[in-house]
Design a protein around this ligand. Structure first.
Ligand code: CA
Length: 225
């Protein structure tokens, strides 16, 4: 696992890098935002640890640039600011987690490990199944480059299926994740919405992506069979 640490305070950077290397991680250290951006945009890091307050390019700006790229790497932000507002802003800017200084190394390590355990699909803003693209940031769907207009519920259903490609998902499971706790309707609501989805994103195309198994549920896949 290769990590990038962007931190301008040499003492802090040395302390973190030493600790991480002792845990057998490869660590590159950037001492300012510009260098951090250069490294982050050319090397496929597994986790980026980013100090928010940097002398040149700010951590928030670096984070925004990173998030504009489709391939999302997990980012842990280090912040000296302890206000809720800053934390919310940090998370909204696309950080996966944050840690307020000062912190114990053990906590940083635990958070880095948690980020490394996250499945890749959760970090990707664009889910892709065959020629279907679901952009989770923009809530837009394209198939073979063509924009597909969906209602909010149809979109939520498709996003859930696309986040679990190749997995047969039961109607009950789908309802639990796509409808909220107040839903008391019949499970055939899933069948109704799948029918709507198929009409919009499968019927006009030769290759069908939504599969069903009687009794079992639904699955989104590009695989034959
Ligand atoms: Ca700093």
């Amino acid at each position: 696992m290769r990590l990038l640490l962007v931190e301008d305070e040499k003492k802090v950077a040395d302390f973190i890098a030493r600790g991480l290397r002792a845990e057998a991680y490869a660590v590159d250290v950037a001492s300012d935002g510009t260098m951090g951006w250069k490294l982050a945009s050319t090397v496929e890091y597994d986790v980026v640890i980013l100090d928010l307050r940097l002398p040149d390019l700010s951590g928030a700006e670096l984070l925004r640039r990173l998030r504009q790229k489709t391939n999302q790497k997990p980012v842990l932000v280090l912040t000296a600011q302890d206000s809720t507002e800053d934390k919310v802003e940090t998370l909204e800017a696309g950080a996966d987690d944050y840690l307020t200084k000062p912190f114990a190394f053990a906590e940083l390590l635990a958070r880095v490990k948690a980020l490394l355990r996250r499945p890749v699909e959760k970090r990707n803003d664009v889910l892709q199944v065959g020629d279907l693209e679901v952009d989770r940031a923009k809530k837009q769907v394209h198939r073979a480059g063509r924009r597909i207009d969906l209602t909010a519920k149809e979109y939520a259903l498709l996003e859930y299926l696309a986040a679990h490609p190749g997995q047969m998902l039961s109607r009950t499971l789908i309802i639990e994740h796509v409808w909220d706790a107040s839903f008391e309707g019949l499970t055939n609501v899933v069948d109704v919405y799948v029918r709507h989805l198929r009409a919009k994103m499968d019927d006009p195309f030769e290759r069908k992506l939504i599969r069903s198994a009687r009794g079992a549920g639904y699955c989104l896949t590009d695989e034959m069979g």
